[in-house]
Design a protein around this ligand. Structure first.
Ligand code: C2E
Ligand code: MG
Ligand code: MG
Length: 744
């Protein structure tokens, strides 16, 4: 069986196919006449062959090498017999693939039993010599020919030695190179014969573990026994995946035990191949990656921990929450709760006593809060003076209240910092994680509960309940609705510039709503959803439109033709009387319809109601222009661009901000600008923050831009001053920059 594989390999390596056989015979001038000649004389020579075989074995017996192989008489008799059959076949032919295979097989057998090539070849010389005598007797010419034969055969053995040695040297060189490369790579090598479970491990593989090769045995058991028990299933799985063809290669990190008991992190790599027998061999390398792993773990730890208190941070909380929520899904899970802790009036300490004292207070609070926890609970620094506690494995969620109370008591104890006695308190919101309806927004729920505790007078805890959520939303809606009545709304205006002739000349403004609430300027993104929810946006939008038209009309006195853009909500567009209301406002303020631009977003168009379309057509017929805002962020269906009566495309800031990189985003921006130009829209780029953005837009022939580089949204008073100039050109060093309100 084994011989067959050897033979297959030999045939493959030597390229001995039918074509090669024919070439070789042609080189020897072999012809059919040779076949015929030998076949005709075969029988006549059978006796001579018989004698020759005896003579051959006698001759071989005189030399130590072959003599050693011919000690057993029965073996010798068998060999003689097959030698005779060989001569028969040599004369009979045919010299086909089968013949070649037979010769190669005999050669392999001789090599295996240890008969050196020189004896084998010498036998042929003897054979030719005996034929010579048979055919020509002892003439002087045949004596001469016999001498030549000897000389030639001697040389043939030398030539074969020379070829063999060169091949061996090439092999040795490549092995030496391989060995040097391996020493340099510092990796261990392994080669595992899967079916026979025979594992070869290199010296380096075992020395990495402080062991000798023979201490690891010859099968996978010695290897696997040293793998960390937590990592063994993963390693087996990775190997199995690869052996069954589900992965391209084996590439797996795991821990393995060193002789001294500690574990190393290693990376094992390998690929499977099949040998001539079709059996699987998995071979590859193994590197020690402990150093790299330690750095990685250190970085991972740093990214997940707060340097001041050493507590986990938000990122860590996220992981812990996910794990806790997964545990909650399992049957029989125990209670769990999340506590949101905020120190009361901490800002006062920070502002009046300085950050160093603030830091000390935080460190002390960390210690006190931590003392109230059991192993398995987690304390996280959420931000500034906010902490989160995750209580796992509670017998009942009421226990969370005991923990919260203990924390409140401990926090309240007097605290000495910088020779001063301070008193600190905290408010705590509690959420029961087993309550299904919270749906992932646990932190928001805990935060709401914490605010409830603050509202109720601070230094206490409150539990989250669903009504709390509803109440919070209602409050926001109510408060924002009241804002109008309380004059808390205000309009800011952001200049829009025309980029023609290398200038950035202001040609219009966009009105942007602000809410000044409790001393804070709140961004529209925070409160517009609540206004929309309660439909208050209709009244507020009406107010915005009126204010913006009044203001623009006033500015037109010094800036003739100044445009004004106003953002619309979809609720406004759905109002049956909306176009009529716009007509009234234009008439009332005296602003020409052509100076007003109404901005709508793609999502508004997506609703695609007949009402929206009718309303937009009516507005367009008044002479008001319509802009598609934030273009590119929604569905960007090209259908809208032709179906609706639009005049202006506003390329969303996310595209413009990305053009610096020159990557995908600049390609998209370029395409959007071209698209708008191709359809005869005015194109306005939003979010121009850098000079390079302007260069890009100019190169694309985009004529209009707005963004922080030119000017942030500004209150009326700042623009009043700016509009004194004629014409108004902006760049980033403009005086306006000094008054910037930049909402980042
Ligand atoms: P928008 O209509 O796309 O307005 C542009 C937003 O981009 C504004 O944010 C503006 O301050 C900001 N912005 C301007 N230049 C830059 C820049 O260079 N870089 C960056 N990163 N941002 C820049 P704002 O004022 O917070 O408004 C946000 C959104 O709220 C507006 O987006 C608009 O959709 C909506 N909104 C604002 N006012 C009103 C209003 O009166 N009614 C309605 N329905 N929506 C409004
Ligand atoms: Mg807008
Ligand atoms: Mg926009």
């Amino acid at each position: 069986m084994h011989m067959d594989y050897e033979l297959q390999a030999l045939l493959r390596n030597s390229g001995l196919d039918q074509a090669e056989i024919t070439t070789r015979l042609n080189f020897l001038d072999w012809s059919q006449a040779d076949d015929r000649c030998l076949q005709a004389a075969r029988v006549d020579f059978s006796e001579a062959h018989q004698h020759f075989v005896d003579r051959l074995y006698q001759h071989l017996g005189q030399f130590n090498g072959p003599a050693a192989l011919l000690q057993d008489a029965t073996v010798t008799a068998r060999l003689k017999h097959s030698q005779l059959s060989y001569y028969e076949r040599l004369w009979q032919g045919p010299r086909d693939l089968d013949y070649v295979r037979d010769r190669l097989r005999v050669g392999l057998v001789h090599d295996q039993v240890g008969l050196e090539l020189k004896w084998y070849l010498g036998g042929y010389r003897l054979y030719l010599d005996s034929l010579l005598q048979n055919l020509f007797g002892t003439q002087p010419a045949s004596a001469l020919y016999a001498s030549v034969l000897k000389a030639v055969f001697f040389d043939m053995t030398l030539t074969i030695d020379a070829y063999n040695s060169a091949q061996r040297r090439a092999l040795e060189n490549s092995e030496a190179r391989y060995a040097r490369a391996l020493r340099g790579a510092n990796d261990g090598l392994w080669d595992w014969h899967v079916e026979h479970d025979h594992l070869y491990l290199s010296e380096r593989w075992s020395s990495m573990l402080g062991l000798n090769r023979d201490q690891l045995g010859e099968g996978k058991a010695g290897w696997f026994a040293r793998v960390h028990s937590e990592d063994l299933p993963g390693l087996r799985h990775a190997i199995q995946q690869h052996l069954s063809g589900l992965s391209d290669s084996l590439h797996h990190q795991y821990r393995i035990r060193h002789r001294e008991g500690h574990y190393l992190w290693v990376l094992v790599r390998g690929v499977v191949s099949r040998d001539e027998r079709g059996e699987q061999r998995l071979a590859g390398s193994q590197s020690d990656i402990s150093g790299q792993k330690n750095t990685e773990q250190h970085l991972k730890h740093t990214a997940r921990h707060d340097p001041l208190t050493g507590l986990g941070n938000r990122l860590r909380l996220q992981e812990l929450l996910e794990q806790a929520q997964q545990r909650q899904q399992r049957p029989g899970a125990r209670g769990a709760a999340l506590l949101f802790i905020d120190l009361d009036r901490f800002k006062l300490i920070n502002d009046s006593l300085g950050h160093a004292v603030g830091d000390q207070v935080l460190i002390e609070m960390t210690r006190r809060l931590g003392k109230c926890l059991r192993p398995g609970d987690h304390l996280i620094r959420f931000g500034g003076d906010e902490f989160v506690v995750l209580l796992d494995d509670l017998a009942c969620v009421d226990d969370a209240e005991y923990v919260a109370q203990r924390m409140l008591d401990d926090v309240l104890k007097p605290l000495w910092v910088a020779e001063r006695q301070l008193s600190v308190s905290a408010s705590i919101g509690i959420v029961d994680l087993t309550e299904a309806h919270i749906d992932g927004d646990v932190l928001r729920a805990a935060d709401l509960a914490m605010y409830r505790a603050k509202d109720a007078g601070k230094a206490r805890f409150a539990r989250y309940s669903a009504e709390l959520n509803v109440r919070a939303e209602q409050r926001l809606q109510l408060e924002s609705a009241l804002a109008l009545a309380k004059d808390e709304f205000e309009l800011y205006y952001q200049p829009v510039c025309c980029l023609d002739d290398g200038h950035a000349q202001v040609t219009g403004v966009e009105a942007l709503l602000r809410w000044r609430h409790n001393g804070r300027l709140i961004s529209p993104q925070e409160f517009i959803p609540a206004l929309e929810e309660s439909r208050q946006i209709i009244a507020v939008g009406d107010w915005v439109l009126l204010q913006a038209c009044l203001q623009s009309k006033r500015w037109q006195a010094v800036q003739p033709g100044l445009n004004c853009a106003v953002n619309l909500s979809s609720r406004q567009l759905c109002e049956a009387q909306f176009a009529q209301r716009v007509t009234q406002i234009l008439a009332f303020t005296g602003l020409p319809a052509s100076s007003l631009i109404l901005e709508i977003t793609e999502s508004q168009l997506m609703e695609d109601s007949a009402q929206t379309l009718a309303c937009l057509r009516e507005l367009a017929s008044l002479g008001v222009r319509l802009a598609l805002d934030d273009f590119g962020t929604g569905y960007s269906s090209l259908g809208y661009l032709t179906r609706f009566p639009l005049h202006i495309l506003k390329v969303d800031k996310s595209f413009i901000i990305g053009v610096e990189d020159g990557g995908e985003l600049s390609t998209i921006s370029r395409a959007i600008i071209k698209l708008g130009q191709g359809l005869n829209f005015e194109v306005i780029a939003e979010g121009v923050e850098q000079a390079s953005h302007l260069d890009f837009l100019r190169a694309q022939g985009c004529r209009y831009a707005q963004g922080y580089l030119l000017s942030c949204p500004q209150p009326v008073s700042v623009l009043d001053q700016l509009f004194q100039q004629q014409p108004v050109c902006l760049h980033k060093t403009s005086a306006v920059a000094a008054h910037n309100y930049c909402p980042q």
